[in-house]
Design a protein around this ligand. Structure first.
Ligand code: COA
Length: 168
């Protein structure tokens, strides 16, 4: 099986809707993603990514033999933070634990540092999201500290962790 990242295609909508219709994934992401997540929701997301400002949003499908099984995006910040960017990602549950997340983060960071002027990529997983923290560490991200009580999610106040990787 070959795992890669590539630009989105509208035809990915069905696969991505299936992947994201999973509370275990949504519970680890920001709010605002519909549940249940329909093919129409996925089409709107993909359309938004394809139409986004190419200097601000770098969005990729994560693929297994070219089938979309996840999503990874890097979002440039603004003002004095314009050369930093936040990264977010998820993978369909049947594909967890195979190293795909680690590979997708490495490929994405390589792309960003090679093709843009971004010098810092950060991610803020929930402190209890061990898998996400682990893959960031495996990709060379440094743990910078705990963001105490930084989120309100599903009725709970939650710590987050700040990880970053620098171009050099
Ligand atoms: C986080 C996520 C992308 C990881 O993807 P993945 O392809 O399964 O990750 P990998 O297989 O590359 O690596 C997972 C690592 O976490 C470890 N891990 C996973 N669950 C763990 C747990 N409960 N305790 C300890 N380690 C754990 C695995 O052992 C592995 O580390 P290893 O290679 O050293 O053994 C995936 O779980 C996911 O989509 N989660 C839901 C959405 C999400 O959390 N997104 C990130 C928001 S910040």
């Amino acid at each position: 099986m070959e795992y890669n990242i590539r630009p989105w295609k509208l035809a990915d909508a069905e696969n991505i809707a299936e992947a994201l219709n999973n509370k275990k994934i949504l519970d680890n992401l920001r709010d605002g993603i519909p549940f249940p997540y329909t093919v129409q929701d996925a089409k709107e997301f993909i359309t938004a990514m394809l139409n986004a400002d190419k200097e601000m949003t770098y969005a990729f499908a994560i693929t297994a033999n070219n089938k979309a099984i996840g999503s990874i995006g890097v979002f440039r910040q603004t003002n004095i933070h314009a050369r930093t960017a936040e990264m977010g990602y998820y993978i369909a549950e049947p594909y967890w634990g195979k190293g795909i997340g680690t590979s997708a983060i490495k490929q994405t960071c390589d792309y960003i540092f090679k093709h843009t002027n971004i010098i810092r990529i950060f991610a803020e997983p929930f402190a209890h999201n061990i898998a996400s923290c682990r893959i960031l560490e495996k990709c060379g991200f440094k743990f910078e500290g705990t963001l105490r009580k930084n989120a309100f999610k599903n009725g709970n106040i939650i710590d987050m962790k700040m990880y970053s990787i620098l171009k050099d």
